[in-house]
Ligand binder design. Structure first.
Ligand code: UTP
Length: 282
């Protein structure tokens, strides 16, 4: 089987962001800042640094600011040049120039699986990478690149996972079950289970923290027939669980620190981490 180079990425940003209301009434939650960058820019940077060339956002009517953010504003760029302040925007301009951006709408927030399915026509039969729009992973090597390295070896879907040893904490996340492989930190996935009871947590200690996947085209038929799950939503984790039972599917315990930004306290903690990293705090 020939291996295809992965150049396309999907980021889902169509959720309602209810945990941040009222700020998210007219402002996308994925545009909330971690210091001077919106959350979603960290994810786009991770994809670009992993070799992705085209990104499709699955978006909604409330999320136009994301489209504006990843587009040139020539007037602003020339004003900043005149004022000697161009350096403040230069990394973003360079990021925009590296990538092509596409947008499609999820007309109703029916879940992250349904959101991903909205990108199917754009992706076609190619393998692709996927990230949610509200998790940041700070790492030496971009996490998506770490997963792609495994994809190129195995020619199969790959998920990024983390290992934790506190069983109570494990019950708060999606758990990943399977077997170790000959390679350190690489596992063959047999099952995913969302927020299991303490008796049922994964013996491998693996959880899904920050959604990062490489998918082959095999995910599409499963997503298409995936019915609504908990909360009446169509969940990507349910289709991924099915995929792991039908096709080879690997988990890569990535090197990196995962930050959720989907609720107030988590966003604040994320900002504190990056403020310390940048030397803004003691
Ligand atoms: P979340 O469930 O954390 O986001 O989805 P949310 O629904 O916007 O947040 P709350 O619970 O109302 O506060 C994770 C990511 O998946 C996207 C979200 O935009 C977010 O980036 N998402 C979620 C979709 O694109 N569509 C959906 O139907 C659900």
């Amino acid at each position: 089987m020939t291996k295809q180079i992965v150049t396309k990425g999907v980021i889902t940003v169509a959720g309602l962001g209810t945990r941040f209301l009222p700020v998210t009434k007219a402002m996308p939650k994925e545009m909330l800042p971690v210091l001077d960058k919106p959350v979603v820019q960290y994810i786009v940077e991770e994809m670009a640094a992993s070799g992705i060339k085209e990104i499709i956002f699955v978006t909604s009517s409330q999320k136009r600011a994301i489209e504006d953010h990843f587009d040139h504003d020539r007037q602003l760029e020339s004003v900043l040049k005149e004022k000697g302040k161009y350096d403040s925007i230069k990394p973003l301009v360079e990021l925009i120039d590296k990538l092509r951006f596409f947008y499609t709408r999820q007309s109703e927030p029916l879940g992250n699986g349904h959101a991903l399915l909205c990108a199917k026509e754009f992706i076609g039969d190619e393998p692709f990478v996927f990230s949610d729009g509200d998790s940041i992973i700070d790492s030496q090597v971009p996490v998506i690149k770490q997963l792609l390295d495994i994809y190129y070896k195995k020619n199969a879907s790959v998920i990024g996972v983390q290992s934790i040893d506190n069983k109570t904490d494990m019950t708060k996340y999606g758990n990943v079950y399977g077997t170790k492989t000959d390679e350190p930190k690489i596992y063959k996935v047999e099952k995913f289970l969302e927020k299991p009871s303490i008796e049922e947590v994964s013996p491998l200690g693996l959880i899904v923290g920050g959604m990062r996947y490489v998918f082959t085209k095999d995910i599409w038929p499963l997503l298409e027939k995936q019915g609504r799950g908990s909360g009446g939503e169509i969940w990507l984790a349910d289709a991924a669980n099915q995929l792991s039972q039908e096709k080879p599917f690997y988990a890569c315990e990535y090197e990196g620190k995962y930050f959720d930004t989907g609720n107030k306290l988590a966003l604040l903690k994320t900002a504190m981490y990056f403020a310390k990293k940048e030397g803004l705090l003691d």
